[in-house]
Design a binder for this molecule. Structure first.
Ligand code: ATP
Ligand code: MG
Length: 626
């Protein structure tokens, strides 16, 4: 059956069409950046539906929630499907959580299962780490090691393979952390994958149910799958209907445990696999494609690919500056000049290897009134006002959650400071939560009348909020606890800051209103938290400031890659191993291939007062430009 393109905007080349129309067995699309992999994958879902596949039995995996939203939007537009009969277009985490929450009782959890992400996860782990006598500066590095261990699919094996001096302390922290999560009836992000794997691996009837459900599985950005994700894919798959797309030149998450070998060994893993290659880049002008090709040519380990573009009329330029101030000033002038030629701000992006580089650009854009938007900045759900409100809701729905209760018990202030909290903790028995203890204190009337009243009012409100619809519940938090008054004090008369936070709360009410039950809303909020993408309502407003990692899969008319200096990019941590430098080079390749027409690489001799040589990547690109 041939694919009927329903929209002009979804025209396909003959090669893309061949990949779309191939069914009945595993297939891999190996292709360079901008060659239409994501577009082909989206079209293929449309094709499968045209062919008669039940939409709800198609599973499409994207790398971020944002990419999932974008693909869903496209698909809705193409197919006109209602959201009730829609394919599963989700990240691994989101797809797995949907499964896990349904079957968590099999694994000894109770419904509703809670997700600890960001703030809650770190708070819980920090207590364990500090309690075991370690400095709190170790919290984040240790958490990332534990995450690595879990994503290997075999945490014990991972620890066994480490040095004794590492293994012993980390394993005991890991064990304590897992126990604490269990007790809270909560999972962290990695557990969502790990437990779903266990569920499918160890329970034949559950595995069979999902294998029968998913008739086609599609995976975007396949080169960055990790071992656990690959195992999950195999557990889901029954009839070999697997379609993966990727580009080994863009594998940039090795540092987080992604394993490009799954991509490279696809033909061996999946017998009879068809390999499709796409060579034409539809995103960038040829000047950019060639410069990026030459750069990646310095990497030894890579599959051969031919990439070209028929688009012309862009440019690649390198500029060196004295310090980061001059670099930022030049970028600002260039942005303003390009704007005058008719390129809108949101078509421009400033990309950097490390977050701190954004600061000089934020400052200068603000001073020059150039609208800009930080991507990968503090996630929406990590902002104070949003965390406060969500912790109120969490404390109402999940009374066992100590982290949430501790956050709200004295915010806004009601006289229950650290000293009082200690006293509450004293009446607490082993299996009691902090909230239970507070209830006990109230029942036994052991506190001063003032504290008694404050606590019993708080608990009473939480009880009432528990059964409210999400948006009503947010309103109740605001009014019953005088939250906006608290926010006014907190922002200390800074009206702009206050208004911005109030806007965030409006956004929160809107997204809460999308759900019927508080539990669903809170679970969803924790799931999307991980992406740390920009807010929906800020989209397209200004020049994008983004790390390169967060720019994956996206495209912009104009791209500035700033901070191209040795030790910064390639990052000093990568310099110890050839593989490290190769991953950095792939990151540079990703950055360059985001640009459609204009690409600028800039470096500063002095940054934060330190002098660094110009990046080797600049030299490599410069050689190519001749
Ligand atoms: P990346 O490797 O960066 O993820 P990709 O291979 O997924 O890139 P897409 O994002 O799907 O590429 O496509 C890149 C751009 O080219 C998009 O703007 C897309 O709409 C456009 N494009 C893809 N295929 C075609 C085509 N056949 N004709 C015209 N434009 C196309
Ligand atoms: Mg893509």
């Amino acid at each position: 059956m041939t694919y009927i393109t329903r929209k002009d905007a979804m025209e396909l080349s003959a090669q893309q069409k061949a990949a779309v129309e191939h069914t009945g067995g595993p297939a891999l699309v190996v292709a360079g950046a901008g060659s239409g992999k994501t577009r082909t994958l989206t079209a293929k879902i449309d094709y499968l539906i045209q062919k008669g596949y039940d939409p709800e039995r198609i599973l499409a995996i994207t790398f971020t929630n944002k990419a999932a939203d974008e693909m869903k939007r496209r698909l809705a537009d193409l197919t006109g499907l209602s959201r009730f009969r829609f394919p599963w277009v989700r990240t691994y985490h989101s797809a797995c959580f949907r499964i896990l929450k349904r079957h968590c009782e099999v694994l000894g959890y109770t419904v509703p299962l809670q997700i600890y992400s960001g703030y809650q996860q770190q708070k819980l782990f920090k207590e364990i780490v500090v309690g075991a006598g370690f400095d709190k500066k170790h919290v984040m590095p240790l958490l990332s090691r534990i995450s690595h261990a879990k994503n290997s699919g075999n945490p014990d094996g991972y620890f066994d393979s480490r040095r004794r001096s590492f293994r012993l302390p980390v394993r005991s922290l890991y064990t304590a952390y897992e126990k604490a999560l269990r007790e809270a009836n909560a999972v962290d992000f990695d557990n969502i994958l790990l437990l779903t794997r266990n569920l499918l691996r160890d329970h034949d009837e559950i595995r069979r149910e999902y294998q029968a459900l998913f008739q086609y599985i599609l995976v975007d950005e396949y080169q960055d799958s990790n071992d656990l994700q690959e195992e999950l894919t195999r557990l889901f798959l029954k009839n070999g209907n697997l379609f993966c797309v990727g580009d080994d030149w863009q594998a940039i998450y090795g540092f987080r445990g992604s394993n490009v070998n799954h991509f490279l060994s696809f033909p061996e893993t999946y017998a009879g696999a068809r390999i499709f290659r796409l060579e034409q880049n539809y995103r960038s002008v040829d000047e950019i494609v060639q410069a990026a090709n030459d750069l990646i040519g310095y990497n030894k380990q890579r599959m051969e690919k031919q990439c070209f573009s028929k688009k012309r009329g862009g440019l690649v330029e390198l500029h060196d500056f004295y310090d980061e101030g001059q670099e930022a000033a030049w970028v600002r002038r260039k942005v303003q000049a390009l704007r005058k030629t008719g390129i809108p701000y949101h078509q421009m992006a400033v990309l950097y290897r490390t977050k701190f580089c954004s600061l000089s650009f934020e400052k200068i854009f603000r001073a020059s009134r150039i609208p800009y938007q930080m991507m990968g900045a503090k996630g929406f759900f990590e902002r104070k006002e949003i965390l406060d409100i969500n912790c109120y809701l969490t404390a109402a729905v999940f009374p066992k959650d100590d982290v949430a209760f501790e956050r709200i018990v004295n915010t806004p202030k009601r006289g229950i400071g650290p000293g009082m909290l200690k006293k509450i903790n004293q009446v607490r028995t082993e299996e009691m939560s902090l909230q239970d203890a507070a209830r006990k204190v109230v029942a036994e009337r052991v506190m001063s009348p003032k504290i008694h009243k404050a606590l019993s009012t708080l608990l009473g409100h939480l009880d009432e909020i528990r059964d409210m619809a999400p948006a009503t519940a947010v309103h109740a938090v605001l009014s019953r606890f005088d939250y906006l008054e608290h926010l006014k004090e907190y922002t200390k008369g800074n009206a702009m800051d206050y208004i911005a936070r109030e806007e965030n709360i409006k956004q929160l009410i809107y997204s809460a209103g999308q759900h019927t039950h508080l539990v669903d809303y809170l679970q969803e909020a924790s799931l999307v938290n991980e992406d740390r993408e920009e807010d929906e309502n800020e989209r397209d407003l200004g020049v994008k400031l983004s790390t390169i990692h967060a720019s994956k899969g996206l495209e912009y008319g104009v791209v500035f890659i700033v901070g191209c200096e040795e030790n910064l990019f390639p990052h000093w941590k990568s310099l110890e191993s050839p593989e490290g430098v190769q991953e950095e080079r792939r990151l540079m390749y990703v950055a360059m291939t985001r640009a459609e027409r204009f690409l600028y690489l800039t470096s500063a001799e002095y940054r934060r007062g330190q002098s660094n040589a110009r990046s080797r990547f600049c030299e490599e690109v410069e050689d190519a430009l001749g």
